[in-house]
Ligand binder design. Structure first.
Ligand SMILES: O=c1ccn([C@@H]2O[C@H](COP(=O)(O)OP(=O)(O)O[C@H]3O[C@H](CO)[C@@H](O)[C@H](O)[C@H]3O)[C@@H](O)[C@H]2O)c(=O)[nH]1
Length: 517
């Protein structure tokens, strides 16, 4: 029997050292490695990046993950990095030609290289149009010249404009330069599809992606000022930046210095549903985001180090209620710290009671807490939690940790809503967030899932992971959430991009580029 020669094809990820690109690379590598074992066509991955918004070290971090995933495969053979700018047409030509010469033709491009800061795009449209549109135009020249058949484009949900209804059939309404550059690129792709019917193109219009790889090696770590809330908060946690969080219910602040260590026990989020508070928070965080990208609800998260040792390295200004809640959680998690934590809480409460600017209800609460401290640890924790849950319009999400899984009945005593999560690569990786509650909810689940995976090692989940979320919100919101329960998984505009990419690779016409106006 005649043996078929193995053919090699290269998948090119532009901007592949960036946030989404690096995760795509890792997932794709797993995918191609499986394929390479069974097929006559072998795939290689090449990353092209000009390093303008990423750390050069990401390359090695990706390699580490690849090696760990498949120790038996030599990653150097299947993964290469090229420090090239998409604006440099000569360099692009040379690179594509060199792949062709080696008979490793590029047949897939996933295009992430682009600038993405909305605020900056408004101030500097020329930079954005040049970078995003000309970069894509150059790649289209390569598509034409080297007869590349598959092109996936990292677009954005901002092409829809200020609307909650982001159906693909909607009219596009890009409001700022960033979105306009992406829309331009989409039109260019549409024109290319019309001119070259055999070329398949896909646009991914995602919202705010967030998350990190479970190895903790790669995540959203921009080299410039973070544009998203989560990398911002993460930089606070690692001590790169200071953060000033303020409780919306307690007007004073308490400065606390905690040494932030690598391993975290809990992530607690305080969510507040009004836009004013969002604005206030952003102001506090000194983040400037264009409002349409914001969810109606914003999460403030604070990660808690495994050991709560006072230190001068990272001053974090948080609200008293958060600290108390966190200490309570610590208390629940680790009985050995019970006494010292209890002392810490007592100290905190006493200290707070001495504050001059306390309001009546705050004094009442602190006094109730004082009484609670006299009780046994478990009753104490329950009571404190209950105390916090009574805060109207606040939602506390307790992440289910190893501890919590063991104590699921305890957690269940706080349940109002039970959510089942089907872990999948796609969810772990990232999903997208937009302003409506369904999506927001999925976003939360995703964050919960990502952090569980990232920070709680030995965390075993088989098919289902139940996250219990206790919340106290107004009835309307609650009803809406409940009634939308069934739709949570699929009836959203979220794009789980890896699902898409996988399907894209495996089905011939399914993702034929579609564009409607
Ligand atoms: O001309 C450029 C501009 C950027 N980059 C690189 O491209 C990557 C972009 O990644 P990052 O800034 O982390 O952005 P992501 O969060 O991955 O954003 C992706 O998703 C956005 C939509 O949400 C798109 O706008 C972006 O183009 C796309 O990269 C970075 O490594 C940059 O160094 C280039 O190589 N060439």
């Amino acid at each position: 029997m005649e043996v078929q020669p193995v053919q090699t094809e290269t998948i090119l990820l532009t901007g592949g050292l960036g946030f989404i690109g690096s995760h795509t690379c890792v997932e794709l590598y797993k995918y191609i490695t499986e394929k390479n074992l069974t097929q006559n066509v072998h795939y290689k991955i090449a990353i092209l990046d000009n390093l303008s918004n990423c750390m050069p070290s990401v390359e090695n971090k990706i390699r580490t993950i690849l090696k760990e995933s498949y120790p038996e495969v030599d990653e150097k053979e299947f993964f290469s990095f090229h420090n090239i700018d998409v604006l440099d047409l000569d360099a692009l030509n040379k690179m594509f030609q060199s792949f062709a010469d080696k008979r490793e033709n590029v047949n897939f491009i996933i295009h992430f290289a682009g600038k993405k800061a909305v605020g900056e795009s408004v101030k500097n449209p020329i930079l954005y149009f040049e970078n995003n549109v000309c970069g894509t135009l150059n790649l289209m020249k390569m598509v034409e010249k080297f007869q590349i058949k598959n092109f996936i484009f990292s677009s954005t949900a901002t092409v829809y404009g200020e609307t909650d209804n982001c159906d693909e059939d909607n009219l596009l309404n890009p409001l700022q330069s960033y979105a306009q550059t992406k829309t331009c690129c989409e039109f260019l792709m549409k024109a290319m599809c019309a001119a070259h019917p055999s070329v398949r193109m896909v646009c991914l219009r995602y919202f705010n992606p967030a998350g990190a790889h479970s190895s903790g090696l790669i995540g959203d770590s921009p080299s410039v000022y973070p544009n998203n809330l989560f990398p911002f908060l993460e930089q606070v946690v690692i001590g790169k930046r200071q953060i000033y969080l303020k409780s919306f219910f307690q007007s004073y602040k308490y400065v606390i210095n905690y040494k932030i260590e690598k391993s975290y026990t809990f992530l607690v989020m305080t969510i507040t549903p009004t836009m004013e508070l969002v604005q206030e928070t952003l102001f506090m965080l000194q983040i400037q985001l264009v409002p349409i990208f914001l969810p109606q609800i914003i999460c403030l998260s604070l990660m808690i180090p495994r050991t709560l040792k006072p230190s001068t390295s990272v001053p974090v200004l948080v609200s008293v209620s958060q600290i108390l809640l966190l200490l309570t959680l610590r208390l629940l998690a680790d009985k050995s710290h019970t006494n010292s934590l209890k002392e810490e809480m007592v100290m905190l409460v006493n200290l707070l009671l001495k504050q001059k600017r306390l309001q009546k209800f705050q004094i009442g609460r602190l006094q109730r807490l004082q009484k609670i401290f006299a009780e046994t640890p478990i009753t104490l924790s329950k009571k404190i939690l209950t105390e916090f849950y009574e805060i109207k319009y606040h939602i506390y999400i307790i992440l289910v940790s190893k501890f919590a899984l063991k104590n699921i009945t305890f957690i269940q005593s706080f349940i109002h809503l039970k959510i089942t999560i089907y872990p999948s690569k796609c969810i772990e990786l990232m999903c997208n967030l937009h302003c409506n509650q369904n999506k927001f909810f999925i976003f939360l689940i995703m964050i919960v899932y990502i952090y569980l995976n990232t920070f709680i090692d030995q965390f075993q989940i088989n098919n289902q992971l139940i996250i219990n979320i206790k919340y106290q919100v107004n009835n309307k919101f609650l009803k809406q959430l409940k009634s939308s329960d069934d739709k949570l998984n699929y009836k959203t505009q979220l794009i789980f991009q890896f699902m898409i990419i996988e399907q894209y690779f495996s089905s011939k016409n399914y993702f034929q580029f579609q564009f409607q106006q």
